[in-house]
Ligand binder design. Sequence first.
Ligand code: NAD
Length: 251
Amino acid sequence: MRADRFTDKVALVTGSAQGIGFQLALDIAKEGGKVVISDVDDEALREGGKVLAQGGAEYLALSCDVRDRRQVEAMVNKTVETFGRIDILVNNAGILKNFTIEETTDELLDATIGINVMGALYAIRAVTPVMKKQKYGRIINVSSICGKMGDHSTTYVYGASKGALLSLTRSVAYQLGPFGVTCNSIAPHAVMTKLMAYWDEGRKKDAAEKIPVRRLGTVEDMSHLMMFLASGEAGFINGENVNINGGYYMD
Ligand SMILES: NC(=O)c1ccc[n+]([C@@H]2O[C@H](COP(=O)([O-])OP(=O)(O)OC[C@H]3O[C@@H](n4cnc5c(N)ncnc54)[C@H](O)[C@@H]3O)[C@@H](O)[C@H]2O)c1
């Protein structure tokens, strides 16, 4: 792996067996970082681990359900035990389901808030003493365009969960900034991962036509932005949300 921006840095990415989170872990490893991939999908986690191992990465693959506070704390403890520090936390684990307001069950409300919001709260609380002690940290919350605009096509709790991450980002930025720890969020749109498998070809074509750069997003687009926010170069960016949507939504 090429040593570069992340030499001696340790990155923990939740929900990172595949999709955006895995691409980010892979790219950080390529630039010399030690990475922890974690997920509830154990099979994808094994496959992801193989790809990292083939590239010579220093990594851990940990099974972790971010809804469970104890599992999140165990993941953080294991990371520190193995690598001695945590420089980067990316709260990426998320679910998105496609239901109307009336169809949204109590279980789905609990699961969406539990994974998309509580998971991030647990992870931030668990890494805070580690990052404060180091006097260094980069926390990134993966929000969504739906957190900014509201969500017109999927369950209403998804937009609410992603909106919560925007204000959470600012609170953490205020409280941890004095300790050398920044917290930022990104708001992606239209990246064709497993999460978006419900988009058929027609929907993809229609979405791409409405995006000013006339294409969908890629996991690499997301990773490139987050690598910058996770790097030492981004130390004066704090409490910011970056829209990453090809110009579909601007504010
Ligand atoms: N793909 C997009 O267009 C898009 C747009 C906006 C925001 N996002 C956000 O990006 C993030 C990554 O999504 P993605 O598009 O790569 O989808 P993805 O489905 O490929 O990745 C999400 C990962 O989260 C994992 N996960 C689900 N429940 C979990 C739990 N309880 N604990 C730990 N991990 C869990 C899944 O197994 C999966 O590996 C999500 O937070 C999503 O909401 C994606």
